[in-house]
Design a protein around this ligand. Sequence first.
Ligand code: ADP
Ligand code: MG
Length: 365
Amino acid sequence: MDGFLQIRSATKMYRTPEGGSIRALDDVTLHIRSNELISLLGPSGCGKTTLLKCIAGFEDLDHGDITLTGQSLTRIPAHRRPFNTVFQNYALFPHLTVERNVAYGLDVAHVERKERTRRVGEALEQVGLAGFGARMPNQLSGGQQQRVAVARSLVLKPKVLLLDEPLSALDRKMRESMQIELKSLQHSVGITFIFVTHDQEEALSMSDRVAVLASGKVQQLASPKEIYDEPQNEFVANFVGTSNIFKGKVIAKEGRTLTLKTANGRELAVASDRFGVGDDACAVLRPEHLKLSGEARDRAIKGTVTQSVFVGSEMHLHVDVGLGRTAVVRHRHNKGSTEAAYGPGADVTLYYTPEAAHVIECKGA
Ligand SMILES: Nc1ncnc2c1ncn2[C@@H]1O[C@H](COP(=O)(O)OP(=O)(O)O)[C@@H](O)[C@H]1O
Ligand SMILES: [Mg+2]
C-alpha cells in the first residue's frame, strides 16, 4: 500500500444559517498514491470542494486526519503544505501579464530574479504557452487562461496539484482537448493530481482512479474501467454512464446463472458468483449490452419502443420491457436506411448474455 496521501475517517460539519448543521464529509477514507491522477467525482453538493479544501488546509476536519508520507498535516497551515490549488474560475490577475501572473507565488516567496525567470519560462513551456508571457489575460482564450492558472501552480513545484472543476467553464471541444493536455501534463510533470469533476465522462477519460462521492461519503474507489463495468452500488451504476437497472428476487440458481424475478413477475437470467436463492438483487445492464438482434446463446426480452432519440452517431431507443423500468438501447443507424421500424410503438426483442449483466445488492425487490 502506497502511503503517500492518506485521508482517514475524515468528517467535516458546516453550520447552516438556520442553526442546523450539514455533514459535508462523512467518514471519508481515501489513500491517494504518488504520481496518480485521481478524480473526485460526484453530483453538486456531495462534498468534493470540501474535501479539496481540507486537503489544502483551507478548512479543518472535525474528525479524522490527513497525512502526507506518514506525517500529519493537521497542524500545518495551508501555505506550508506542498500543495497548490487550481480553481474553477482560474482567478488570474487581470491587470498583470501572463508572466507576472505565473511569477506571483515566486514573488511572494522572494525567489531571486534569475531563478524566477527560469522557472516561469519552464512552467509556461510545460503548458505550451512559451512566448505568451507578455500577454494580458484578456488577450487569451479560455483554454489558454486555464493553462496559465495551471502554470502558476506548477511553478511552485507542489507535490500535489488540486484541481477544482478546472474545465467546467470551457465549451465542450475545448474541454475535451484540455482533458488530454492535463492528463499528459500530469504524466510528464510526474506529480499527483487530484481532479474534482461532476462530469463522469471527464473522470473516466482522464483518471488513473476515480473516487465516486455522494452525500459526503465515498461510494467507490477504483479504476475507470472497474467503476463502469462493476459499479459497487446503485448510486454508482446510475451516476456513471447509462444503466438499465432491474430489481428482483433470486428465485433460482444454476451454476453462475441466477434467475431474477421482478415485482411484476417477469424473469431475467443473469450471471454472478454472489447471491443465492431468496436474495434481493439488482441487475445492471449497460445499453451496449442490449442488442436488437441476437444469437442462439443469447437471452431475449420482449418490449415496445416508447421513444427513439436521434443523437447523430446512433439512435437511443427507450423500450418498455415490463421490468419496472424503461430500458435504453443504442442502435447504430446506417445512412439512408429506414428507421421507421424502431419508432414509438414498434415491438422489439432485446438480446443479451447473462454474463454481460453486473449484479449488485439493492434495497427492496
Ligand atoms: N462554508 C459552508 N457553510 C455551510 N455549508 C457549506 C459550506 N461549504 C459547503 N457547504 C455545504 O456542504 C455540502 C458540500 O459542499 P461542497 O463541498 O461545496 O460540494 P461540491 O463541491 O461537491 O459541489 C453542501 O451541502 C454545501 O451546501
Ligand atoms: Mg465544488
